[in-house]
Design a protein around this ligand. Sequence first.
Ligand code: CP
Length: 359
Amino acid sequence: MKHLIDPMDLTKEETDEIISLAEDIIAHRERYQGSMSHRKLATLFYEPSTRTRLSFTSAMMELGGSVLGFSDAKNSSVSKGETVQDTVRVVGCFAEVIAMRHYIEGAQLYASEVSPVPIINAGDGSHSHPTQTLTDLLTIKRELGHIDGITIGFCGDLRFGRTVHSLIKALSRYKDVRVILIAPDSLKLPDYIKHDVCDKSGVQYREVETMEEVMPELDVLYMTRVQKERFLDEEEFDRVKDSFVLDARRMALGKKNMAVLHPLPRVNEILTEVDSDPRAAYFRQVENGKFVREALIVKLHEWKDDPAHPMPEHDRPVFDSSVRCTNPKCICNNEHAPHKFHYTDGGQLRCWYCDSKVR
Ligand code: CP
């Protein structure tokens, strides 16, 4: 059965198929109305959301299907201690597909091991957010006309930003993509993305500390929030906070056809004076999110029992009782998930569920 837990669960061809279908839905909305009638999507949200949950809901309604679920796990039997695996076993009796957001990393992967229906990861902690990635790819394609050959600057929190990690993974499969990483020291991209994703796939990347020095090169500027609580040192936050704010002055340094993306919500990292600039694509990006989720629901339904669309062969899990995942936000430290691991190409041992480095 095809689940979507990580952007790499889709082949490049499957990713492009979903993006093309989303474009067709945009062009011919009437053709798809009713294509999911009598089918149900469950949205299980253990963490707050506006865009992701409501765009899934809107997408399923546009397709003629129905939606059930919870937006706050406190109102479900989770509050009595029900596990994610038991929850999806139960909800899988009521719905044909489940979109789940969880603050625990690896929760959806663990749930997918027993789920009777496809699981879509709607964000797990700081780990992964594959439907945001599909949204971002569709937005880049619609704004620029292509994804191959782009230079994209990621600005802000590149350490904890799950949307950044997922998008870099997905972009690594397109041709001649250049990545520029604009972040303060404490929020730099984790090494495993640089080495296991960029180096392995030949994506060129470089790290800088100011937007000004790279703005004229960018086809896409991908902004994210810099949160004060992510800094160990408050003085460092005060020193760098204004360097990662996009304003009209910095926009003036960019190309005429640059696209500014942001997964949203924003706090103050893009001033509202930028919103009226035609290059500000972040509200168009939100709308693309609904269309790409429609396409994903249709495709997962089509691929569910099709042997031509399997889950990818993950490396065989390694069980080693001498080590444990030390990430307190990992599923294996919160439920009875086994401590199991996988080796990266670089020979590192990483947690099976949350990808934290173990050895
Ligand atoms: N972009 C995104 O995931 O937004 P929400 O947290 O509102 O779903």
